[in-house]
Design a protein around this ligand. Structure first.
Ligand code: AMP
Length: 277
């Protein structure tokens, strides 16, 4: 497995693998089984697999956890090596933002999709996500890029970018991986102590309540949201809404084109989760 830090090294790797299909998994590291499921999917369907590990400063707000975001490079490298990833791309901030993060062309995310939910709470978050994903796509030119449904809004906005800008990469959505108690895996789960972990389990319980209602053909959004919110009582809820793939609130669940999205805080830890109907 090659560890690539510069654009020149990346270019050499690409030249050496000319003509092969490339599966790409962008991550911020602190890899867990959620990331591994994306990587497995890529390994099964591409000639060559590249994982990027980059804690992207432009997608963090001033009061967010950029400085303390878990970084475990050595462990991540060993994990990727053990499952035969072909290359890890771990650039520095200067490598990806050579003009400096405050002085370069910025991509504007679509306002309707990016100013709501995560975008309403995390100012400029999606602008930062699109900046880094577009840079990575331009550098790597992947055949297929793998994203978790866990970050539903991110996935839908990236799909729109690829569509709007005619980017020649297939976006492959991957299922949410959960722990044995159904909590969606996240690098931020490491912030949870025992008591807050127990509280956090209210979130998958809310998801499960919503799924049960939809399976019983209760499709009214209000009913689904209320049932989910009841499960979340005691947590600070940022949002809990049934939406369509444009992130617009809808009155009724439509099969195969809607989801319930939840963001809630357990103490200082903010967690997101969702289910796709
Ligand atoms: P991150 O390192 O948090 O930026 O995540 C990198 C990729 O892994 C994103 O596409 C996430 O949606 C995906 N991901 C994170 N957690 C999970 C999970 N529990 N299940 C599936 N995909 C995930």
């Amino acid at each position: 497995m090659q560890i690539i830090k510069t654009i020149e090294e990346l270019q050499i790797f690409k030249n050496n693998n000319f003509g092969k299909s490339i599966g790409f998994i962008p991550t911020m590291g602190a890899l867990h089984l959620g990331h591994l499921s994306l990587i497995d999917n890529a390994i099964s369907n591409n000639d060559v697999v590249i994982v990027s590990i980059f804690v992207n400063p432009t997608q963090f707000g001033a009061n967010e956890d950029f400085d303390i975001y878990p970084r475990m490079e050595e462990k991540d490298i060993e994990l990727c090596r053990s499952i035969s990833v072909d290359a890890i791309f771990m650039p520095s901030v200067d490598t990806l933002y050579p003009s400096g993060i405050d002085d370069e062309v910025i991509l504007l995310p679509p306002n309707k999709m990016a100013s709501v939910f995560e975008g309403a709470i995390r100012e400029n978050h999606f602008s930062g996500v699109l900046r880094v994903v577009l840079k990575l796509f331009n550098l790597i030119n992947p055949t297929n890029a793998y994203f978790g449904k866990k970050d539903a809004q991110q996935l839908l906005i990236i799909k729109k970018m690829v569509n709007d800008l005619f980017i020649n990469t297939n976006i492959i959505p991957c299922d949410i991986i959960r722990d044995k108690n159904n909590l969606a895996l996240s690098s931020r789960n490491t912030y949870l102590d025992h008591a807050s972990y127990e509280m956090a389990l209210k979130i998958p319980n809310a998801i499960q309540a919503a799924i049960s209602l939809v399976m019983a053909n209760v499709l009214e959004s209000k009913q689904i949201e209320n049932a989910a919110m009841e499960c979340l009582s005691g947590l600070e809820i940022d949002y809990c809404n049934v939406v369509d793939f444009n992130l617009e609130k809808i009155d009724q669940v439509k099969k195969d084109s809607s989801l319930l999205i939840i963001a809630a805080r357990v103490g200082k830890v903010r967690l997101i989760d969702n289910c796709w109907f």
